[in-house]
Design a protein around this ligand. Structure first.
Ligand code: GLC
Length: 445
């Protein structure tokens, strides 16, 4: 089903029930600003801040990464002293942009400020920023330039919760004794938040995504969120804003945000009728933690990407750069492998919409106007039934790592069709069969 502006409303295709309703559903007016994002399907999340210096280790306690100040109850003076150690001499924004681009990512979302309060941009409203460090480099400026040069979209993550600003409330309960809240004024913090958001939106060219977080404390209300939202929208109509901008007490149906943000999970049925993006770590942590060796394999990561695309969502895959500005080698290795896979199979991910097949264990699938892509979950040579397919494919091919397409036979099967797979799979992380048609094929759920 193609909307007025020519793109398929993918999320509504995610469940069989929703697919049956397709002819009657009128897709909610789609904003132009979402189009590139829907086609992108894959982005990079970057968690980088003062916590990266600690690498998850506070005097031998190794339980946290970007939450370390809170979890290890680090006194503010000791945490502030990290400013003097922020000096990422190996930071090369073009190398980051190049890795994202090679991996087939179309956008990058960087933590301009995480819960710790440290700003990776040159701020006129706080001195707790990159310009007050030995490096004195505006990370947001350098990265946004590098991304745009390569045609990648720019996204800014920004935390509403702030463990550093004196006016932010509530205080962590473990620090009220040493850092009393007397005199703190949350409305002044709100002004600060507006001013910082204005800086990141105004000083770095057009920003494509604003990704809020840390919105869950009771001081951040729906009412405050609405005024921030409208202020942003009035001046930056095209920026895509995530749902975590919203605060406590949002009336049902009036929740803010252009897209949902399931965290560390791919929703079983997607989020029918909504745009969504799963954010997922490569190991267990968002920020760099030296002792976190629980890396997912490149194949697992490709499978997660396939899973999100097959359900009509995006994947925002996280990297936690080290304090020196390099990506952890384990992340680089995985990005390289994903890049090799995406080079051959990227068109089965980008600008596709959700699967139209009924659930099957044999494959996941994505859809374009004239093709169905099947990502084979396990390799079983011989007949691969195509459940529900009612249109005979004009061609079927199996792509290998080299890009050479192996033509597959299409046979009649069980009142429908099947393709015949060769004895062994091509050497790729996840083999893909592409069925091509003269137009949109009929598939019965
Ligand atoms: C959570 C965490 C945070 C992380 C984010 C990513 O909200 O507080 O550390 O940045 O999720 O989705």
């Amino acid at each position: 089903m193609t909307s007025r502006r020519g793109f398929v409303a993918s999320a509504v295709l995610a469940t069989p029930a929703a697919r049956r309703l397709l002819p009657t559903i009128r897709v909610a007016a789609s904003h132009d600003r979402m189009q590139w994002w829907r086609e992108a399907r894959f982005g990079m999340f970057l968690h980088w801040g003062l916590y990266s210096i600690l690498a998850g280790d506070w005097h031998g306690d190794e339980h946290s990464a970007e939450w370390i100040r809170n979890n290890d109850k680090i006194p503010i003076d000791e945490y502030d002293a990290l400013l003097t150690r922020w000096n990422p001499t190996d930071f090369d924004p073009d190398a980051w942009a190049a890795m994202a681009q090679r991996a087939g990512m179309k956008y990058v979302v960087l933590t301009t400020k995480h819960h710790e309060g440290f700003c990776l941009f040159d701020s006129a409203v706080t001195s707790f920023d990159v310009m007050h460090t030995p490096a004195s480099r505006d990370i947001c400026r350098e990265l946004s330039r590098a991304l745009r040069k390569r045609g990648l979209r720019v996204g800014w993550y920004h935390s509403i919760m702030d463990w550093h600003h004196p006016d932010y409330l509530p205080r962590r309960d473990w620090e009220v004794a040493t850092r009393p809240a007397d005199g703190a004024d949350f409305s002044r913090y709100v002004q600060y938040l507006h001013a910082s958001v204005d800086e990141i939106l105004s000083n770095y060219g057009p920003i494509d995504v604003l990704w809020f977080d840390g919105q869950w404390e009771p001081t951040w209300t729906h009412h405050l969120a609405v005024s921030l939202y409208h202020e942003i929208r009035a001046r930056h109509p095209d920026v895509i804003i995530n749902n975590r901008i919203d605060g406590a007490g949002a009336p049902k149906g009036e929740e803010l945000g252009d897209f949902g943000t399931p965290e560390q999970t791919v929703p079983a049925m997607g989020l029918p009728g909504k745009d969504w993006e799963s954010c997922i770590t490569m190991n267990d942590d968002w920020g760099y933690k030296a002792s976190d060796h629980n890396w997912k394999s490149a194949r697992q990561l490709v499978d997660i990407l396939v899973e999100t695309a097959s359900k009509g969502g995006n994947l925002l895959l996280n990297v936690g750069p080290m304090a020196n500005g390099l990506f952890p080698p384990e992340a680089v290795d995985r990005l390289d492998e994903i890049a090799r896979w995406m080079k051959v199979h990227g068109d089965a991910i980008h600008a596709t919409t959700a699967s139209r097949f009924p659930a099957t264990d044999r494959f996941r699938s994505t859809t374009t106007s004239r093709a169905l892509h099947l990502f084979l979950t396990d390799w079983q040579p011989g007949v691969l039934p195509l459940p529900g397919l009612r249109t005979r494919p004009k061609s079927a091919s199996l792509r290998g790592l080299s890009g050479a397409a192996a033509r597959l036979a299409v046979v009649d099967h069980d009142g429908g069709f099947a393709v015949v797979l060769p004895p062994s799979p091509p050497p790729t992380l996840r083999p893909v069969v592409t069925l091509r048609f003269g137009g949109l094929p009929v598939v019965q759920a």
